[in-house]
Design a protein around this ligand. Structure first.
Ligand code: NAD
Length: 480
């Protein structure tokens, strides 16, 4: 049985209390490794290492820091097959997706921020003939990064990279449900020569290590991605501690399909938007609104494509739909399908757990599921399911489409499918979301602001927004 270790002060170390948690491969249901169940004692060592390392790390020139981070990115690429396989085993996602999206983006994240920090600038404000102001942007110090299980290394590096690039040292906690690639990443950092203590990785659960991390007085900023309830908890327990918080939370994203869309392209992409990563991407479009004149035609074409998705062993190259991440999560998703039925929904395809024969016969596979006949206010359409379940509903006017799209507590992402440019602009303006994709989905430019409104979060990641978050501005005013 493989035993994972924490990464503290440049070394792989066992948890001080010697306690471990089982790590399960979701495609087989088997325990295949154990991870440290870290506690506040491990955190103290990490804080000490990060505090000691920070001045020298911040003292490097931008080019030196960028060079080291680029080496970390290149080392990810050197190990991309191993990492993609580890991600597929740990999470249940198809290997092909892990390789082309997760691992590809992990090194891209680090490379992007290595370059971005060399282009980062701050503002100055002249006061006529009286004075000039300029703004310094110093690193915050030691910061905490906490990430979820759905895009494990992708989201882990999305936080760590800007924090490190800006000159902070980091204590990071991956999800205890998918810890493997963060562990392999600690080995990559050692191989790439990241100085000791600059990044420290602690494994464990929210209560055992998440709470001590977010409330530690020496950790001045927390960048968190995960569920809205956990985000609310972190806001509460850190209230009064005056930490900087960036919270990237849940979603219930709308997909608006207008009758004038490019039909075939839209069907293909709406299927992808609903079911990529088994519907476990915070940006997945799970409420699909279709303009009435094409409702029946779209519904049929959509269902045909969904039925054709190949469910299988995540390690099989032809698999398009893998396992859900855990048994509790699968049970939650199945309970929502049951709820949808109770609320009067008709399951058009899918609707149950399925078996993949062979090595994966005990895995957590759920059929891609499409439901119709529900109104916008029912729980199925209001609560985040975060699995391979979507609903379809007709609409008649642009105003109604926008009102349905905006009719939840969430506001993370959305996609709009139309060939009418004027409508696209108007709908984009009116949708309450941090991200609007027009005729595309998950097309990402890492320079753009990323995040949600309403219960989907506070703050933005990406590009300059992330570098601003991980630095403290100081205004200097000089009288002429
Ligand atoms: P989660 O909130 O259960 O866990 C996220 C992380 O927080 C994990 O590392 C977990 O161990 C940690 N955590 C749990 N309790 C904690 C506590 N008390 N203090 C500190 N840390 C704690 O979320 P999840 O189930 O891992 O991920 C799924 C959720 O993440 C979904 O809601 C999804 O929409 C959201 N998500 C959002 C984005 C985004 O960018 N907005 C991206 C991906 C996922």
């Amino acid at each position: 049985m493989q035993m994972l270790e924490n990464y503290i002060g440049g070394k792989l170390v066992e948890p001080i209390q010697g306690k471990y948690i089982d790590n399960v491969e979701p495609a087989t249901g088997k325990i295949y490794s154990q991870i440290p169940d870290s506690t506040a004692e491990d955190l103290e060592q990490a804080v000490e290492a990060a505090t000691k390392a920070q001045p020298a790390w911040a003292g490097l020139s931008l080019e030196e820091r960028a060079t080291i981070l680029t080496k970390v990115a290149n080392t990810i690429d050197d190990h991309s097959n191993e990492l993609a396989k580890a991600e597929a085993v740990d999470n249940g996602k198809p290997f092909s997706l892990a390789k082309s999206v997760d691992i590809y983006r992990s090194s891209a994240n680090i490379r992007f921020f290595a370059q971005a920090i060399t282009q980062f600038s701050s503002e100055s404000h002249a006061m006529g003939n009286d004075a000039i102001n300029y703004t310094l942007r110093d690193p915050i110090g030691v910061v905490g990064c906490i990430s979820p299980w759905n895009l494990p290394l992708y989201l882990f590096t999305w936080k760590i990279a800007p924090a490190l690039a800006a000159g902070n040292t980091v204590i990071a906690k991956p999800s205890e449900i998918t810890p493997m690639t963060a562990y392999l990443f600690s080995k990559i950092c050692i191989e790439a020569g990241l100085p000791a203590g600059v990044l420290n990785i602690l494994h464990g659960t929210g209560p055992s290590i998440g709470d001590p991390l977010t409330t530690h007085p020496k950790i001045k900023a927390i960048s968190f991605t995960g569920g809205t309830a956990t985000g609310a908890h972190i806001s509460k327990v850190t209230a009064g501690m005056f930490k900087k918080l960036s919270l990237e939370l849940g979603g219930k994203n709308p997909t608006l399909v207008f009758a004038d869309c490019d039909f075939e392209d839209t069907v293909d992409n709406v299927v992808r938007a609903a079911f990529a990563n088994q519907g476990q991407i915070c940006l997945c479009g799970s409420r699909i609104y279709i303009e009435r004149p094409i409702y029946d035609k779209f519904k049929q074409a959509f269902i045909d494509k969904v039925k054709a998705l190949k469910i299988g062993d995540p390690l099989d190259n032809s698999t398009q739909h893998g396992a859900l991440v855990s048994k509790p999560h699968m049970d939650k998703v199945l309970s929502y399908i049951e709820l949808a039925r109770q609320e009067g929904g008709r399951v058009l395809t899918g609707g149950k757990q399925t078996t993949v024969n062979g090595r994966c016969q005990n895995g957590y596979f759920v059929e891609p599921t499409v439901i119709e006949g529900l109104d916008n206010d029912c729980r199925t359409n209001q609560e985040e399911i975060f699995g391979p379940v979507c609903t379809i509903m007709p609409f008649d006017t642009d105003e109604e489409a926008v009102s349905l799209a905006n009719g939840t507590q969430y506001g993370l992402a959305s996609s709009v499918w139309t060939s009418d440019l004027k409508r696209a602009h108007q709908v984009a303006k009116d949708i309450e979301a941090g991200i609007v994709w027009i005729n595309c989905w998950l097309l990402r430019d890492l320079r753009t602001p990323f995040g949600g409104v309403k219960s989907s979060g506070v703050g933005r990641e990406g590009g300059l927004e992330a570098l601003r978050f991980f630095t403290e501005p100081k205004n200097v005013c000089i009288k002429y």
